[in-house]
Design a protein around this ligand. Structure first.
Ligand code: FAD
Length: 365
C-alpha cells in the first residue's frame, strides 16, 4: 500500500527512508519532508500517541485526537504501509517484497506492538476494550510498568466500584523510575482500594473460563471477569538481526549509535527513539529530541555540509518521567524530587500531552 503526495522535483533530492512511524519516526519524517525525498515505512496508516492509549480504553472518543493519519502531517512524502523485514547498505525490504532504495536511512522502530493497520479498526478495538471494562465487575491487570499502572489508574478513577487487581512480577511498581515513585504509587492504589500483588506472575493458561479464576505463581487465586495483559513489549529490532546492521545491535537488541545519532560504522544510517542504546530512560519527549537532532544532521548532510558540523545529542542524565493516575492525578519523577497527586496531574493527566504532540506535528491541537 503506498501513497505519494506532492514531491515535485523529487528526483533531484536525496532519498531519505524512515522506518517506523511512531513518536520519533513521524517527527523526523515530517521535519525532512521539504528537504529530501522522504519515504515513511510503517505497518499502520496512522501515528498513535502511545501514552493516550489507556485513556482511550475507558473513553474511546479520546482516540479521535490521539490517532493521527500519517498523511495528515506528511503531506510531501511517500507512505508505505508495511513492515520492514530487512535492510542492505542501499535498500530496505518490506514484508510485501518491495525494495525501497535510500541515500539516508533513519531507523525508529521502537517497540514491536502489532496494532490494526487501519485507524477505524483501532477505534473498534478501543470500543471493544471499553465494553469489556464496562461489563466486568472485577478486572485483573497483569504488569505493573507504565502501561499497567496507567490503565489501573484510569479504571480505578472512572469505575471506583469495580474490583481491580494488579499483579506485577517485580519487587515494585514502575521499576523504570525510582523507588520513591513506586512507593507513592502503591499507596495511591491502596487509597483507591486496588489490590496490588507484587513478585507474582499469572499463568494465563491456567485461567478457568467458567469460574474466571486466575492462579498466581505464589499459588494465590484472583477472580476476575476479564483481564488485560500489560507486560513490556519486545524491542523492535528483530528485523535487523540477519541484516547488514546485525553487528550494530547490543546484547538486548538496541541499536548502538554515536553522539550524532548515526549507527556506528554506517555513516548514512541514523537511529532514534526507544530503539537506541542511549543510556537514559525511554521517553517519548526524548525520542522527539533525537528526531530533531537527526533531522538537523540530515539536512546538513543533504546539502553537502561538513560532518564535523553535525549536532550532538547529549543523553538525559536526570530525565523527567510522569505517569498518569486517572484524569486528575499523576506521579512525577523530577530531577530533585518525586511528587504525586493533583500538581503533577495538572501537567499530564487531563489532555495527556495530546494537544502538545499534535501541535508539534503541525496539526490543530
Ligand atoms: C503507558 C505509557 C505511558 C508513557 N507516557 C509517556 C509520557 O508521558 N511522556 C513521554 O515522553 N513518554 C511516555 N512514554 C514513553 C513513550 O511512549 C516512548 O518513549 C515513545 O513512544 C518511543 O517512541 P519511538 O518512536 O521510539 O517508538 P514507538 O512509539 O514504539 O514507535 C515505533 C514505531 O515503529 C513501527 N515499527 C515497529 N517495527 C517496525 C518494522 N519492522 N517496520 C516498520 N515499522 C515498524 C511501529 O509500528 C511504531 O509505529 C510512555 C510509554 C507508555 C507505554
Amino acid at each position: 500500500m503506498e501513497q505519494t503526495q506532492g514531491g515535485g522535483g523529487a528526483e533531484r533530492r536525496r532519498r531519505v527512508v524512515v522506518v517506523g512511524g511512531g513518536i520519533a519516526g513521524s517527527l523526523v519524517a515530517k521535519s525532512l519532508q521539504f528537504h529530501g525525498d522522504v519515504t515513511l515505512i510503517d505497518p499502520k496508516e496512522y501515528l498513535e500517541i502511545p501514552w493516550a492509549s489507556l485513556r482511550s480504553m475507558v473513553e474511546p472518543s479520546f482516540a479521535e485526537r490521539s490517532l493521527i493519519y500519517h498523511r495528515d502531517y506528511l503531506t510531501n512524502g511517500r507512505i508505505i504501509t508495511s513492515s520492514a523485514i530487512s535492510v542492505t547498505n542501499t535498500e530496505v525490504l518490506t514484508s510485501e517484497g518491495r525494495l525501497v532504495g535510500y541515500d539516508y536511512l533513519v531507523i525508529a522502530t521502537g517497540h514491536a506492538d502489532p496494532l490494526p493497520v487501519s485507524k477505524s479498526d483501532r477505534f473498534k478495538q478501543y470500543q471493544a476494550e471499553h465494553e469489556k471494562i464496562e461489563k466486568a465487575s472485577s478486572i485483573l491487570i497483569v504488569g505493573g510498568g507504565p502501561t499497567g499502572v496507567e490503565l489501573a489508574g484510569e479504571i480505578a478513577v472512572d469505575y471506583p466500584d469495580k474490583k481491580l487487581t494488579l499483579v506485577h512480577s517485580g519487587t515494585r511498581l514502575l521499576q523504570f523510575i525510582g523507588p520513591k515513585a513506586s512507593n507513592k504509587t502503591l499507596d495511591w492504589f491502596k487509597s483507591k482500594k486496588v489490590e496490588v500483588k507484587l513478585e507474582q506472575s499469572v499463568d494465563l493458561k491456567s485461567v478457568s473460563e467458567i469460574s474466571r479464576t486466575f492462579l498466581t505463581s505464589s499459588g494465590e487465586t484472583v477472580n476476575a471477569d476479564c483481564h488485560f495483559l500489560c507486560t513490556a513489549k519486545p524491542i523492535g529490532s528483530t528485523w535487523l538481526k540477519e541484516s547488514v546492521l546485525k553487528d550494530s545491535l547490543d546484547h538486548i537488541g538496541r541499536i548502538m549509535v554515536d553522539e550524532n545519532l548515526r549507527v556506528k560504522g554506517h555513516p548514512n544510517v541514523f537511529a532514534i527513539g526507544d530503539i537506541t542504546d542511549i543510556k537514559e530512560i525511554k521517553q517519548g519527549y526524548l525520542a522527539q529530541k533525537h528526531a530533531l537532532v537527526a533531522a538537523k544532521n540530515l539536512k546538513l548532510l543533504m546539502i553537502g555540509g561538513k560532518e564535523k558540523k553535525m549536532a550532538s545529542y547529549h543523553q538525559a542524565h536526570s530525565a523527567i518521567a510522569l505517569v498518569s493516575l486517572g484524569r486528575k492525578e499523576a506521579v512525577a519523577q523530577l530531577p530533585f524530587t518525586t511528587l504525586i497527586g493533583h500538581i503533577p496531574g495538572l501537567i499530564k493527566s487531563r489532555d495527556l500531552f495530546v494537544g502538545k504532540t499534535r501541535k508539534q506535528m503541525g496539526l490543530n491541537s
